[in-house]
Design a protein around this ligand. Structure first.
Ligand code: PAF
Length: 281
């Protein structure tokens, strides 16, 4: 497995791979890799000849009071995991490489990114679309694989790819969960055992909502949202940011439940840690 830090080197290598007819799969990450990321590498390996994993904690997607400075870093362990899982290249540029002095160009999706996390994290998706477009231009992927846990991110990136005619296919890998149901996330590392227990209320509440729709035939968005919110309020360390039923492609808020077409998405603080999760209805 090769590791590349230089943008120019990565780009000329990718152009070379493409011109020799190789299909490139990209798995963009911010490192601190867990089973969720590794399952995305598996998907990329099934569909592409060469798999590039990018590891870059992207400063432009963090707000001023967010966790950029303390975002977990585990580069050596990450490289080992990528090697074991069969990645071909890890691209891990520095911030200076990606955003040299005087950098001033940003990409903004203006519709899907405005709701849900876009409300409490202004500029977050602008940072995500900007870095993803840069990564696409640098690594020239035929396919790029993202995780369903970040459902809004997936929808925003899909929209950017469509709107800007980017010649890459976006593939979505399912959310990986621990045995107790907690969605895997690099931020789970921040949780103490007690906070982890409380964080389980997210997946439990979502499952409750799914059962209301699938087993009890509930079609009222308000009832499902109220039940999930109530369940979350029973966990004392959890503060709800949003609970919303949305169309799974456009992320527009639903008026009534149409099974098979929607997600219920949740974001919540567990003490100082911000977690998100979602489930299909
Ligand atoms: O999901 C993430 O880890 C990040 O938002 C991404 C897609 C790697 C962009 O920095």
């Amino acid at each position: 497995m090769q590791t590349i830090q230089s943008v120019n080197e990565m780009q000329s290598h990718a152009i070379g791979l493409r011109s020799s007819g190789r299909l490139i799969g990209l798995v963009p990450t911010m490192g601190c890799l867990h089973e969720g990321h590794l399952s995305l590498i598996d998907i990329a390996k099934e569909r592409a000849d060469k798999v590039i994993v990018s590891i870059f904690v992207n400063p432009t997607q963090f707000g001023p009071n967010e966790d950029f400075e303390r975002y977990p870093n585990a580069l050596e362990a990450d490289l080992e995991k990528c090697r074991e899982r069969g990645a071909d290249i890890v691209f891990n540029p520095t911030v200076q490489e990606m955003y040299p002095q005087g950098y001033s160009t940003y990409v903004n999706e203006e519709h899907i990114s405005s709701g849900l996390c876009g409300i409490s994290r202004p500029n977050h998706f602008r940072g995500v679309t900007t870095v993803c477009l840069k990564l696409f231009n640098i690594t020239r992927p035929d396919i790029a694989v993202f995780g369903q846990k970040d459902a809004q991110q997936c929808a925003v990136i899909q929209k950017m790819v469509t709107d800007l005619n980017i010649p890459a296919q976006i593939v979505i890998g399912e959310t990986k969960r621990g045995e107790d149901g907690l969605a895997t996330s690099s931020r789970n590392r921040y949780l103490t055992n007690t906070q982890h227990e409380e964080a389980l209320s997210l997946s439990k509440a979502l499952q409750l909502g799914q059962r209301m729709v699938r087993e009890d035939g509930v079609r009222s968005v308000d009832r499902v949202v109220a039940e999930i919110t109530h369940h979350l309020s029973l966990a004392h360390r959890v503060r709800v940011i949003y609970v919303q039923v949305v169309d799974r492609e456009t992320m527009e808020p639903a008026r009534e439940i149409i099974p098979g077409k929607q997600l219920v998405c949740v974001a919540a603080w567990v003490d100082q840690t911000r977690l998100i999760d979602n489930i299909a209805l």
